[in-house]
Design a protein. Structure first.
Lengths: 318, 315
């Protein structure tokens, strides 16, 4: 187990290094002159200003030197300075990250609270009306694009009926808990997609477990259906869900990008979108590092959770 | 050496994961003359009502998009502000948009692009993923480690972010959009196929072929890839749905097909301006088409998974 952990952590570090390299190359491959994007179109007339900008920010160096320079700063915890928002990237991310974490967290918790009982219920009522209804709903919500759902919700509940606000909570992270009037619609938009996939997994996970020998053994020993379901099946069925949550992180964050744009929610997704349009490289790089770190840690935790929750899993070197 | 022990990442399309128990019941062959695997698989597929619903849905949608324009003529190139934002009425059954394009006609031409991009991107992504995954899994060792860490790294950056960066490098024509989406969505396929290749390469027939002097390329392309066909096809089906949804997301972020061409995502995005003025007909038709086509594809993918599961059990 320890050897496995060390190997996994070592792999994760290599993956993170590759992430920085890939994103750096990609961002530099985007056509267009950074100096002109930052200084404005009138800089065209003044090559001296461009040259000065390039040397100040190191754009006159070969890309690999630029990369090492940036990586060196990164290891010191310096993510650079946003070119458009006049703020250090670290403080910018520090402001936006909690907002996204809370939105994603709220949506994921609600998705789990709904999806787990629904999946379980579907599995026990397999091929009955309830199962078909929820299967249909999960297919429907999985197929609906996030911004379609978001805008339909805004039209129905913020414009036609003034039940909720059309924008997400705009204040600091505390408002994400207190300003429910504004926070409800973004949470629902993001949760709807995850509920669809989580409940499907829960359903098939329970169905898988119901065919296992231990269920028959428990029934043979006289355990009631209720006891078998709650004491044995549910616990084992939650194992794949635990890893699923860790592994769905990138998909949920992508959903958050759209949801944040729809609800003008000042989180990481909106920041990424706005920086991408303005070629704000330091912010984009800082953003991708944070997301990649979250993703890599998420899948690491998922693996560990899998090993801890399921004693049958033996991670031995082949 | 198997360096990667992490469980296979469930792709976003695989919400339709189904317990194998279903297919066991369906796939029981009647006693007597054994039937071919293909026939048994086809039985399971045809018996699945949802799959048939999916097939009918897709046939109708394809017919609507590709044959519809032969019967229903509308100008999808020239804007006509004299007829902008018309509600549904005679001559414009679904109304017009803010440029005076007829929405029913636009639904057809936009649908052609959505479907073409979705299909082509899925095929390209599947090809890339299969080649990458099969080579990685077959050779193993250092090759596998390097190739898979690269996949892990790209997977760590959410697809939409990757696509957002890549798409800003190209002007968004149909071909470029296909390439961008393929380049960002072959990763899960590569992982799945690698897993298959790892188990297939130690099979007796692959070993036998090597003893007879067959090369590595022959092993990968003649033996490993064809035997992973079930996984490949099921995965490719879900890729089509995911690609269509990704085009929609990119259109919403302003990085989709350039006008006067459009896709369903572009129609949705354009319709958002009018929706707050009460022009509901500008957003719902495209939204409903996207949902229907994705549902249809997922139904089919689901049934294909069951059908191939029969094959796997009889192997």
């Amino acid at each position: 187990m320890i050897a496995y952990l060390i190997r996994r952590i070592f792999q994760s570090i290599i993956v993170l290094l590759l992430v920085t390299m890939i994103t750096f190359i990609l961002l530099r491959a985007i056509p267009g002159n950074v100096a002109i994007a930052i200084l404005g179109p009138s800089a065209y007339r003044n090559p001296q200003v461009i040259a000065q900008f390039d040397s100040q920010y190191g754009f006159d160096k070969p890309w690999f030197d630029q990369y090492l320079l940036w990586l060196g700063h990164l290891l010191e915890g310096n993510l650079g300075f946003s070119w458009t928002l006049d703020q250090s990237v670290a403080s910018l991310l520090g402001e936006r990250l909690p907002k996204t974490i809370i939105l994603v967290g709220e949506a994921t918790v609600i998705a789990l609270i709904i999806a787990i009982p629904v999946g379980l219920w579907q599995a026990t009522q397999r091929n009955k009306a309830v199962d078909y209804v929820f299967t249909g709903l999960s297919f429907l919500f999985y197929a609906a694009p996030a911004f379609f759902v978001g805008n339909v919700l805004i039209i129905l509940f913020a414009v036609n009926h003034h039940w909720f606000g059309p924008e997400g909570a705009q204040g600091g992270w505390v408002s994400d808990f207190t300003d429910l009037h504004d926070q409800v619609l973004p949470i629902i938009t993001l949760a709807v997609l995850t509920i669809a996939s989580f409940s499907r997994y829960m359903r098939s996970s329970v169905l898988d477990n119901l065919t296992e020998d231990y269920v028959r053994t428990a029934r043979a020993k006289g355990a009631s259906t209720r006891r078998v379901l709650w004491r044995h099946v549910v616990r084992n069925s939650l194992i794949p869900i635990a890893t699923l949550v860790g592994l769905s992180l990138p998909a949920i964050l992508s959903g958050a990008l759209i949801t944040e744009s729809v609800f003008n929610y000042p989180g990481m997704g909106l920041l990424f979108y706005q920086s991408a349009q303005k070629q704000d490289y330091p912010t984009l790089l800082g953003f991708i590092i944070v997301v990649a770190l979250a993703t890599v840690i998420g899948s690491l935790l998922a693996d560990i959770a899998y090993a801890v929750l399921d004693p049958r899993v033996r991670y031995v070197k082949s | 050496m198997s360096s990667d022990t992490s469980p296979v990442v469930p792709g976003p399309g695989s919400i339709v994961a189904e317990a194998p128990a279903d297919s066991v019941a369906l796939g029981t062959a009647p006693p007597g003359k054994p039937r071919s695997l293909f026939a048994r698989g086809l039985d399971v597929f045809v018996e699945n009502k949802l799959a048939m619903v999916g097939v009918v849905l897709l046939v109708l949608i394809f017919g609507f998009c590709f044959l519809g324009p032969l019967f229903y003529h509308s100008d999808q190139v020239h804007t006509n502000l004299a007829i902008e934002n018309f509600p549904p009425q005679k001559g414009h059954p679904l109304g017009t948009d803010d440029n005076g394009y007829d929405i029913l006609g636009r639904l057809m031409s936009g649908g052609q692009i959505s479907l073409e991009v979705g299909l082509a991107a899925a095929v390209l992504a599947t090809f890339l993923g299969v080649v990458w995954g099969a080579i990685s899994g077959y050779f193993g060792g250092v090759v596998d480690a390097v190739m898979m860490r690269l996949v892990d790294a790209m997977l760590a950056i959410p697809t939409l972010f990757l696509a957002l960066v890549v798409v800003s490098m190209f002007p968004a024509t149909e071909t470029e959009l296909i390439i961008v989406i393929a380049l960002t969505s072959w990763l899960t396929t590569a992982r799945l196929i690698r897993g298959e290749a790892l188990s297939l390469r130690v099979r007796d027939y692959v070993q036998a072929m090597k003893v007879m002097g067959g090369g590595s390329m022959r092993a990968v392309f003649r033996h490993i890839a064809p035997n992973a066909i079930g996984t490949i096809i099921v995965n490719a089906t879900f890729q089509v749905a995911d690609a269509i949804l990704l085009v929609v997301a990119l259109s919403y972020l302003g990085l989709g097909i350039r006008p006067p061409q459009t896709d369903w995502g572009g129609m949705l995005n354009a319709g958002l301006n009018g929706i707050y003025l009460g022009y509901w007909w500008q957003i719902y038709p495209a939204g409903i088409m996207i949902i229907l086509v994705v549902i249809g594809i997922n139904f089919i993918g689901d049934a294909l998974r069951d059908a191939f599961e029969v094959r796997l059990q009889r192997r």
